[in-house]
Ligand binder design. Structure first.
Ligand SMILES: [Zn+2]
Length: 509
């Protein structure tokens, strides 16, 4: 933050003025086209979402937002047949040589904090530009359930440019019934939430959330078809070796975020051996109760390599100064905890990641369901970009690329619909499903980096020059077609304008 801004901020604080603008209304939809009576996507290779083998070339015929038919467009290696039906489509997309996969599901979404970006469409545009067609708000708009539910309705009707929203809210938020401090009150809130259209409960395991209250809320949620999700750091605390509580420094203070986030990793060598009986027993207990793991690897990745996260390719064009200032280390902002980050901290985090990733991969191999979430807007990770990083990190954990796509699509859809007692109608490229699709010119199974809005770099052998390739070409949600590069260009324009309005737009060294 430039000195001038710092002084202005200090002055604003002293005068009691708000530091940032209020959250703005979400603009009306303007980037999507459709849904169409008949939309045909021609000549693509299909990646189904259920880890089945990719196939193609195929034509996908979408009618009124649903996949009506998938037809062979020819044989690999031969010219495709000409004049393939239907010939009366309202819109044609030539995806010859491209790859089609189901729209991505981000199981850990946040958005709606004016301190980070007052324009809510910023996050929505970046999500859509990275192929995310469904998000679980975990929650959205802080505790403002009314706003989250309104956005959910507007997104479902295509009135705002946004992914489909599943609105999860914290216990006691959004109603005028007061704090939830008894099991009966918890049940009362869940009944209210179900009537209001809230899809599930987000637990933080703190404050009023005693075990008895959480049990009552979960029990009522199961009866009424609401999902439940908890922030959870307890995997390795459940398999400590030779002690019952993590060994922490004597001056450890949970509210000191460098100590808290440093401590998450410092447990890595206090546990039973990976793969040993205690490790297996822990995972089997999770599997027996049907717990779904949503590891959000990406959101802590700055901890293992702070310089990389701060200087990621996308910040220059896509991170506005207000968000960059939020990320810069300070003692107030949640997740901005690099007060005096050391080589030792980074080495510890790398060791922790090795074990954490193995745990998640072992769970998948044992039959446990793993989903993909980004937890964006903290710790130098932004909307969309962090989601693609999550795909890369699932692969690093040992997932085959097809398993990564499965985690990112049908696994999320199943997890969101399961509490409602319904099979998902999105998350697969299959006849009858909602037309949620990602269309990309490069094969994502060969390189997930190609899905970043900034693409990736490749040497052009014809010119011996490095080029940026990749990016998603179109994202389709409920048959509405979004031009991903146009979404990115609009965000880049907004960020350039915001940079022009501050004294020192360059990231702090
Ligand atoms: Zn979160």
């Amino acid at each position: 933050m430039a000195l001038r801004n710092l002084l202005a901020a200090a002055l604003a604080l002293a005068l009691g003025a708000p530091l940032a603008a209020q959250m703005q209304p979400t603009p009306k939809a303007s980037f999507g086209a459709g849904p169409y009576e008949t939309l045909v996507i021609r000549g693509a290779t299909v990646i189904t979402g259920n880890a089945g083998p990719p196939y193609g070339p195929a034509d996908i015929i979408v009618k009124n937002g649903r996949i009506a038919e998938i037809r062979s467009a020819g044989t690999p290696g031969l010219a495709m047949a000409q004049n393939r039906p239907p010939q009366d489509a309202t819109r044609e997309i030539d995806a010859t040589g491209m790859y089609v996969l189901p729209g991505f599901v981000d199981m850990h979404g946040h958005q709606g904090d004016a301190q980070k970006m007052p324009d809510p469409s910023y996050a929505f545009r970046l999500w859509l530009a990275h192929g995310v067609t469904t998000i679980r708000g975990n929650p959205l708009y802080g505790g403002n359930a009314a706003r989250a539910l309104e956005e959910k309705r507007l997104a479902a009707r295509g009135e705002i440019d946004a992914p489909r929203i599943f609105a999860y809210q914290t216990l006691g938020s959004g109603w005028d019934g007061g704090r939830v401090q008894s099991p009966e009150k918890a049940r009362e809130w869940v009944r209210w939430a179900a009537r209001a259209g809230i899809d599930g409960i987000k637990f933080f395991n703190r404050g009023d959330e005693t075990p008895a209250i959480v049990r009552a809320a979960i029990d009522e949620a199961k009866t009424l078809g609401l999902g439940t999700v908890a922030h959870f750091y307890g995997h390795f605390e459940s398999m400590l070796d030779g002690r019952r509580v993590q060994d922490t420094p004597a001056d450890y203070n949970f509210n000191n975020e460098q100590q808290r986030f440093g401590g998450i990793a410092e447990i890595w060598d206090q546990i039973h051996p990976p793969g040993g009986p205690e490790w297996q027993a822990y995972l089997k207990a999770q599997l027996a109760t049907g717990v779904v793991f949503d590891p959000t690897f990406n959101i802590y990745s700055a901890s293992r390599d702070l310089m990389r996260a701060k200087n990621a390719d996308w910040h220059v064009r896509y991170t506005p100064p207000v968000l960059r200032n939020f990320f810069l280390s300070n003692r107030d902002n949640h997740g901005s905890y690099f007060f005096d980050w050391t080589s030792t901290n980074e080495v510890t985090w790398r060791n922790f990641y090795g074990r954490y990733m193995r745990l998640i991969n072992d769970y998948k191999n044992m039959g446990g369901r793993v989903t993909t979430g980004s937890d964006p807007g903290f710790i130098w990770q932004s909307w969309g970009f962090g989601y693609i990083l999550e795909l890369e990190m699932l692969q690093e954990a040992g997932f085959a690329p097809l398993e990564v796509i499965q985690a990112a699509t049908i696994n999320g859809a199943t997890t969101l619909m399961e509490p409602k007692g319904e099979a998902p109608d999105f998350g697969l490229i299959r006849v009858g499903m909602r037309a949620d699709m990602v269309i990309a010119p490069e094969n994502p199974l060969a390189n997930f980096k190609t899905l970043y809005g900034t693409g990736t770099e490749r040497l052009n052998d014809a010119t011996n020059r490095q080029e940026r390739i990749g990016g998603i070409r179109w994202t389709i949600k409920d048959g509405i077609v979004f031009d991903a590069p146009a979404l990115l260009a609009s965000v880049a324009r907004d960020v350039a304008a915001a940079n022009a309005a501050v004294a020192d737009p360059a990231p702090a060294p």
